[in-house]
Design a protein around this ligand. Structure first.
Ligand code: NAP
Length: 308
């Protein structure tokens, strides 16, 4: 697996990472065992970067990821995040964040978190104060590299002035192009981009279903890509991309991930899957190089991303 440097502080990860959010969704031993198999399959396929958060099952995902990676801890980098409440509102109060980080270390079963993110900007706490606290974690050896997620260019600049930020995490896929507006600040400051939801939550995989095909309570119910009026138009985009993928002899997931890798050398997508075969498929996208002709065709098919 190719390695990509992220930021200027020494962080380097496999070109494709692994997103462990869905490992939080089950609550029985079989579900967890399947998650652990998928995570270990990712490592066998060369993935060295694994992403989780306190939010994902309130520690559930961190515990499962920690257990899966325990035998290979030193081969991988683990990222986690603080800053959400159960009501999905921000909470980066400093005393609260201190507790969250200690809990994350304990649940992951590690001495050091490789990448610690603020998960979402909290307007109630100045970003300088938050990054000041995150820098204390670095000094104390609890954290190696700092990241911000779901934030603005202005916050990235303010944060970076307090302590170097190695990575920003944002939604980025052929369907969701908004984070391209942050390329300028990332390049200016030499910060890497972790692309979350790189397969558009499964829309860009060939396995997408209409909303009725997903369980009640699935996040996709509130996602405009699936909304009436948008779904068919977005399916047409996915179908055209599938034709291109077929021509190249790759899967739509691989085409979608390789497109992200081709956008910038400092981008690492973190697809999520609990299916070991899909994990292998997704990881293999790191070896796929799209031609300028492929990239132009993708631009022609989805010049502004999905219909929303
Ligand atoms: N910072 C943030 O605010 C934030 C927000 C959302 C997500 N994230 C991170 O980003 C990671 C990925 O995002 P995501 O899981 O929302 O979206 P995603 O990676 O775009 O898509 C995941 C979905 O696609 C399916 N899938 C994956 N590979 C497939 C393949 N080859 N063929 C068919 N289906 C496939 C998965 O189902 P199966 O498991 O059944 O394969 C799952 O339903 C998360 O795990 C999390 O770590 C961060």
């Amino acid at each position: 697996m190719k390695i990509r440097p992220l930021g200027q502080q020494g962080l380097a990860t496999s070109a494709i990472g692994y997103g462990a959010m869905d490992t939080a969704l089950g609550n029985d031993a079989d579900y967890d065992a399947a998650s652990i198999s998928a995570i270990r399959r990712a490592h066998e396929a060369g993935v060295t970067h694994f992403d989780t958060a306190e939010l994902y099952g309130w520690g559930k995902s961190e515990r499962v990821l920690g257990e899966a990676l325990a035998p290979i801890r030193d081969d991988v980098t683990i990222a986690t995040k603080f800053g959400f409440t159960p009501a999905f509102t921000p909470n980066s109060r400093l005393d609260h964040v201190r507790d969250v980080v200690d809990n994350s270390l304990r649940r992951l079963g590690v001495d050091t978190i490789d990448v610690l993110y603020q998960h979402i900007h909290d307007p109630a706490v100045p970003i300088e104060d938050i990054v000041g606290l995150m820098a204390e974690f670095v000094d104390a050896g609890k954290v190696k590299y700092l990241g911000l997620s779901n934030t603005s260019a202005e916050n990235i600049r303010k944060a970076h002035a307090v302590h170097p930020i190695s990575v920003v995490q944002a939604s980025y896929s052929i369907f969701d192009r908004q984070s391209e507006r942050q390329f300028a600040v990332l390049e200016d400051l030499g910060i890497g981009l972790i692309a979350y939801r790189p397969l558009a939550r499964g829309f860009l995989t060939g396995a997408v279903k209409p909303l009725e095909g997903y369980p009640a309570g699935d996040f996709r119910r509130n996602n405009p890509w699936w909304a009436p009026g948008n779904f068919k138009a977005n399916l047409a985009i996915a179908d055209e991309l599938q034709v291109l993928a077929d021509k190249r002899g790759v899967t739509l997931s691989q085409l979608s991930l390789a497109w992200l890798l081709a956008r910038k050398p400092y981008i690492v997508p973190i697809p999520g899957s609990r299916n070991p075969e899909r994990v292998t498929e997704n990881s293999a996208a790191a070896e796929l190089t799209l031609t300028p002709g492929d990239l132009a065709q993708i631009e022609g098919i989805a010049p502004r991303g999905a219909h929303v």
